[in-house]
Design a protein around this ligand. Sequence first.
Ligand code: GRF
Length: 225
Amino acid sequence: MIRIGVLASGSGSNLQALLDATREGRIDGSVAVVIANVPEARALERARVAGVPAELLPSKGVADRAAYDREIVARLQARRVDLVCLAGWMRLVTPSFLESFGPGDATHGCPRVMNVHPALLPSFPGLHAQRQALEYGVRFSGCTVHFVDAGTDTGPIIVQAAVPVLPGDDEASLSARILVEEHRVYPLAVQWFAEGRLRVTGRHVTLRDAGAPMLDGVSNPSGDR
Ligand code: GRF
């Protein structure tokens, strides 16, 4: 059983997916604490409803990022967190945060911080990934669950899921289609970590006993808009 700490800034639908998966036994673990950096984050309410400790540490106007992250690390450590899940956390984490949650004795080289990003990395890192994908004109986008390193959305990739970009899509419709996949694969990645099945070698993440890849040969040509 692992203890998960979730950092969230927004609506918290990925937090909800993790809470649901722990409750339903799809993740061998529990969410030990949820920390938000903005008071209006719905994630806080979702945590309270689930009976999980919810903490607010406002970041607005805080100039000292290192001190802020030290406080976050202290709170996570106080809850004996094994894995930190960024779930719509709208801040870059500092190197010393990452060091505090670097690979552990039994993590097979896996760092202990994960993130979910709404694009098929390395395409469209950073903010407004769905808008970037629409503007570029890609036929597929999707989501990526990855370990976190010091770059922006650059860490080793654990799992990706693709969705088509459909004629008439706007940012809202594409985001909604991608979120369905985020909610599916983020809990999977966390469970693989909990089971000790992930291994990181350089940039490559391998999953023990992975089974066959789920490939259905979909193609998505650009139709009339
Ligand atoms: C998700 O699209 C996630 O990929 C990105 O921020 C969004 C958070 O959504 N990092 P939610 O707060 O989990 O609903």
